[in-house]
Design a protein around this ligand. Structure first.
Ligand code: C5P
Length: 221
């Protein structure tokens, strides 16, 4: 029987790396919901739409087309915005600096949550984000809530950015992570919080393989 695995938690705890590996192991689909919020942010910034201009934001949500496309070369699912792969751009610091302001907008959340529910309706998915176990799939069979020390998270994020030739000071990343965690956990619409039935996973001193095994053990339990 196929299930839904919800992986929520703070920014840059290794959610997506873990979720991807778990999905590959189980032959499940992997859905990175953060990529969808990032795509909306990129769309609004490119068109110069102010985040508080509700009519234009709603029009944008109506027009925008977000999907994941499998890259045959890398085997990875890449974010596609209006038919174009924008995977690298959505990870840039300028998007990270604005995405939490976009994800507080209720209309944005309603649209993306509905799309995520459609994507996972057949189950057999690993979905990562901030509100999967609480709002998107409150009936997920396995729920993990990931956390890690902020310095550790910032170093990991710094390495990922460096791999894509974006060199950012550690302090700037720490500041961005703290700010996003704060906005994400204090917003009124589906804030970041641990579902009462989610298992806590602190990855500060863990290697990726251990994190993946931890989740897989919950699946077979
Ligand atoms: O996971 P990632 O760090 O790429 O997410 C970027 C941002 O998208 C988060 O900081 C949060 O503001 C927003 N987000 C959200 N709900 C989700 C996933 C991401 O609000 N389910």
């Amino acid at each position: 029987r196929k299930i839904v695995i919800a992986i929520d938690g703070y920014s840059s705890c290794g959610k997506s790396t873990t979720a991807k590996a778990v999905a590959a192991e189980l032959g499940y689909a992997y859905i990175d919901t953060g990529a969808m919020y990032r795509a909306v942010t990129l769309y609004l910034l490119e068109r110069g739409i102010a985040f508080d201009d509700l009519p234009r934001v709603e029009q944008a949500l109506h027009d925008i087309h977000i999907a994941f496309k499998r890259n045959r070369k890398t085997g990875r699912n890449e974010l596609c915005l209006d038919g174009v792969i924008r995977e690298d751009e959505i990870r840039q610091m300028r998007i990270s600096n604005s995405v939490s302001e976009v994800s507080v907008i209720p209309a944005v959340r309603h649209t993306l949550v509905a799309q995520q529910q459609r994507m996972g309706r057949k189950r057999g998915v690993v979905m990562d984000g901030r509100d999967i176990g609480t709002t998107v799939f409150p009936d997920a069979e396995v729920k993990i809530f990931m956390t890690a020390d902020v310095e550790t998270r910032a170093r990991r994020r710094q390495e990922e950015l460096a791999d894509k030739n974006e060199h950012v000071e550690l302090e700037e990343i720490v500041e961005n992570l703290r700010k996003r965690d704060y906005i994400d956990s204090t917003r009124t619409e589906s804030p970041l919080r641990r579902a009462s039935d989610a298992v806590l996973l602190d990855t500060t001193h863990m290697m990726i393989d251990e994190q993946v095994d931890f989740v897989l053990e919950r699946v077979s339990a």
